[in-house]
Design a binder for this molecule. Structure first.
Ligand code: PLP
Length: 397
């Protein structure tokens, strides 16, 4: 059997139509397959590779840390310099109240940790989440996922979860002293990039303060410069009580985190002790890689350039078949007439050397989220190739 057959036979499949490319090398914004065909990565491994693939500084950090030590002991027992130094760097770039980092293995585990922390602090179990939200695939995270189609087969899930429309004031009157937390993506990703009104986020913050409800922002996709600021919440003048990070946090290595004030976080150390346990969370190699990647991201004008590059996308992606666009920084969705048209365009883009995809709750939308290191000329070439791919698909239909 060749690798493709082995992949389909022995690697568990949950995608009904995996992209199925066999990649032999990834560097910067590019990937190469076994036939040495070169692709531009337009999705950054789903908002992971914000500084591109295999950045030399990240590779060096991984190699050096792996040579020093890898796994030593479960999380939180030994003082591991990569964890300590990365927590310090992250909190230096966050508001004062977000000063204590719990490193996890993944985004979903960060969501789980934050949900537990909210219950532990408030002694309440009710949680408010939003339609079209994605926070991970474990049972807790699935309970707050915003779509019955995705949840139904896995019931029973957590009780006391209320779902509301995102960016809709209807949620406000339900935020009262029976609620543990409101959890939302600062910019909702899988609905096709939905940017909420500033006043809506601020009104939620006010209601949470009035009733001692914890506000949790998931920036697992939106964080690390994607929207043109280090954190998306900076653009809304709202600070969450708990921040969820993942994806680009590890610079290409697996890592997640939930971040809160030390006073809140310390409730996980008693009654019971070890309120959250993880073996590999905050793996030293992942923390070393993540710290190196974050340092690169912060140097130069990579983050600020995301807004300028959004302008290029807005200007150069014009076509009658594009029915709507939504963007925030170097992060855009293009809406087509239906799922089939979008899928055909995704396939045509892959044929033309562009890796792109659709959105979980918006299969009729094309995902554009290249590494932030893409140059303006490369971005213009990508736009031209997307337009060409659309034309090729339409000429066949
Ligand atoms: N939250 C958001 C907004 C996500 O996009 C994802 C993953 O796509 C997650 C949470 C879950 O992260 P992970 O896949 O690392 O568990």
């Amino acid at each position: 059997m060749n690798n493709r057959e082995l992949f389909l036979q022995h690697v568990a499949q949950t995608s009904s139509a995996p992209i199925g490319l066999e990649i032999t090398k990834a560097k910067g914004i590019h990937l190469w397959d076994t036939s040495e065909k070169k692709y531009v990565d337009l999705i950054s491994g789903f908002s992971v590779c914000n500084i591109g693939h295999s950045h030399p500084a990240v590779v060096k950090a991984v190699q050096e840390q792996a040579a020093e030590y890898m796994h030593l002991i479960v999380y939180g027992e030994f003082i591991e310099s990569p964890q300590v130094q990365y927590a310090k760097l992250l909190t230096n770039h966050l508001p004062a109240s977000l000063n204590c980092v719990y490193f996890t293995n993944s985004g979903a585990e960060a969501t789980e940790g934050a949900m537990k922390l909210a219950k532990r602090i408030t002694g309440r179990s009710k949680m408010i989440a939003f339609h079209n939200a994605y926070h991970g695939s474990t049972h807790g995270a699935l309970s707050i996922m915003g779509g019955e189609y995705w949840r139904n087969a896995f019931r029973p899930l957590l009780p006391d979860i209320l779902h509301f429309n995102y960016d809709d004031d209807a949620v406000l009157e339900s935020i009262d002293s029976s609620v543990a937390c409101v959890i939302l993506e600062t910019v909702q990703a899988e609905s096709g990039i939905t940017v909420p009104r500033k006043e809506w986020l601020q009104a939620i913050r006010k209601k949470c303060d009035e009733h001692c409800v914890l506000l949790i922002f998931d920036e697992i996709q939106a964080g690390f410069g994607r929207t043109g600021t280090v954190w998306a919440f900076e653009q809304f003048n709202v600070v969450p009580d708990i921040l969820l990070l993942g994806k680009a946090l590890g610079g290409g290595m697996p890592l997640g985190a939930f971040i809160a004030d030390k006073k809140l976080m310390s409730t996980l150390t008693y009654n019971p002790v070890l309120g959250h346990i993880t073996t590999f969370g905050g793996h030293p190699v992942s923390c070393a890689a993540g710290k190196a990647a974050f340092e690169i991201l912060l140097s130069g004008d990579l983050i600020a350039s995301a807004k300028k590059k959004e302008h290029i996308l807005q200007e150069e992606l014009k076509h009658p078949a594009i029915l709507a666009k939504s963007a925030h920084g170097l992060w855009m969705s293009l809406k087509f007439k239906d799922d089939f048209t979008n899928q055909a365009i995704v396939h045509q883009c892959v044929k033309n050397g562009l890796i792109t995809d659709w959105f979980l709750f918006a299969p009729d939308r094309l995902r554009i989220a290249p590494p932030l290191i893409i140059s303006e000329d490369e971005l213009s070439a990508v736009c031209a190739m997307i337009i060409k791919s659309i034309d090729e698909v339409l000429s066949k239909s």
